[in-house]
Design a protein around this ligand. Structure first.
Ligand code: HEM
Length: 422
């Protein structure tokens, strides 16, 4: 199950990354006629990354590691749930491609295909949450990975309320910039800094526990609570009062301090982590430092007028979340089918790290173009050409995970409750 779902998730990463390459070249050469609506294609890219790559990948890994704590195999319905989640995530790509959240003519009727498919995706996530709650409700104590997943899923629910709000403001044609910004960022930002961050931390700690490591006591609930209001920092300054800004900035400072405890604990165990997770941790470290700068008065308002948002977003989502998830998936699949996959993967890791680093440097350059005397076109070209590398590596990784090998062994016989983790 892990290998099949991992393959689907990485295949969707490859497709969404190829779309990102198209967008990157589109930014200075113009978009082709078959994808001329830049904003709609950007929605197709970001939603496939969110729904198909990260959400499906995290769910597959949670089902992979959860039996270590429940002592029981993943529920039978987990396979169907992953198949439905994968199918609906894939459907979001054509649904957004033409008109994004706008109306698309289908059989003589104008339908909000993007909003509709997002709603159906939400139902598949609720199914996952329901199965997860049933599988874990009898646990007397909740070890660190389970605790992180609990709170990651709670923030996913909160972010889903934002998705409902986005649909409601679109359907009622609300002209309130505040409501539009509030719901959009509640959904997009909290989904990423809440569900992705806590879900991935849980997966990495579960991977270390499976290697026999003692799990430390680290924050989960307090981290989730502190992260909750930080989505306000993604909103346009025109829609944010100074009271809201300071609440979000202070909460962000607290969240980053709590996150730094995870970072330090993981960095201290780096000899047990693959090289790509070191890279992911480096990107998380940069994120920690970069987001702390919003505590400096004036920096947030100034940065909102630059392209820095695209850099910060991709440093977090590509540098940290995607590198960490890719490394965790390859590790987990390697454990389930033997080490061949993990060994082959070593070769491509360097390509990923080099391509992502150059792309992120170019995005940072674009964001700081008013401070660095380099023409924006140079950064745009560098970002576009370097983006081909991670997209190609994603395709190679998908081919590596192609579930055709005859050697998949059933790991449920080895599942044990790990007392040290409780
Ligand atoms: C090879 C990797 C990637 C490339 C080439 C790429 C490219 C792009 C481009 C060109 C944009 C539009 C930027 C603009 O409007 O100026 C964009 C936006 C975005 N990307 Fe990516 N991206 C990549 C990876 C990712 C990943 C891994 C994620 C999430 C897991 C992601 C999520 C997003 C989001 C949320 C937006 C903003 C969407 C919006 O504001 O509507 N991207 N990306």
């Amino acid at each position: 199950m892990t290998r099949w779902a991992g393959f689907m998730a990485v295949a969707m990463l490859a497709l969404a990354a190829a779309t990102g390459v198209l967008l990157r070249f589109g930014l200075y050469l113009g978009m082709p006629s078959w994808g001329e609506n830049f904003n709609a294609v950007r929605h197709a890219h970001s939603h496939l990354m969110y729904f198909g790559w990260v959400t499906l990948g995290l769910m597959a890994l949670i089902w992979h590691y959860l039996p270590d704590y429940t002592g029981e195999a993943a529920p039978r319905a987990a396979r169907a749930q992953l198949i439905v989640t994968a199918g609906l995530a894939l459907a979001s790509f054509p649904a957004f491609w033409q008109n994004g959240y706008g109306l698309t003519p289908v059989a003589g009727r104008a339908l909000p295909l993007g909003a509709m498919v997002s709603g159906f995706n939400g139902l598949a996530w609720f199914w996952f949450i329901w199965l997860y709650v049933r599988a874990t409700r009898r646990l007397a104590m909740r070890p660190l990975p389970v605790h992180l997943w609990d709170w990651g899923l709670a923030l996913m629910l909160l972010a889903s309320a934002g998705a409902l709000g986005v649909a409601a403001t679109a359907m009622t044609h609300s002209s309130s910039i505040f409501l539009q910004q509030f719901f959009l960022h509640l959904f997009l930002d909290l989904f990423a800094v809440g569900w992705f961050l806590l879900g991935l931390l849980g997966v990495i700690w579960a991977g270390l526990a499976r290697q026999g490591m003692q799990l430390p006591h680290l924050p989960a609930m307090s981290l989730a609570v502190a992260l909750s209001p930080t989505f306000v920092l993604g909103m346009s300054p025109a829609a944010v009062t100074s009271g809201m800004l300071w609440l979000a900035a202070i909460a962000n400072g607290v969240a980053m301090a709590l996150l730094a405890r995870h970072w330090l604990a993981l960095w201290g165990r780096r000899s047990h982590l693959p090289l790509l997770l070191w890279f992911a941790l480096a990107a998380l470290g940069v994120h920690l430092l970069a987001t702390l700068t919003v505590l400096i008065p004036g920096v947030w308002r100034w940065s909102a007028g630059t392209q820095l948002r695209v850099y910060v977003l991709h440093n977090f989502l590509l540098g940290w979340v995607s590198s960490g998830l890719l490394a965790s998936l390859v590790m987990a699949v390697g454990q389930a089918v033997g080490s061949t996959v993990a060994r082959r993967w070593q070769v491509t890791t360097w390509g990923w790290m080099a391509g992502v680093t150059v792309m992120l440097v170019a995005l940072a350059g674009l964001g700081l173009v008013s401070l660095i005397p380099v023409a924006p076109l140079v950064w745009l070209r560098l970002a576009a050409w370097s983006s081909i590398v991670p997209a190609t590596v994603a395709l190679c990784a998908a081919l590596m995970l192609l579930p055709l090998g005859p050697h998949t062994r059933q790991p449920h016989e080895e599942w044990r409750i790990r007392e040290h983790a409780v």
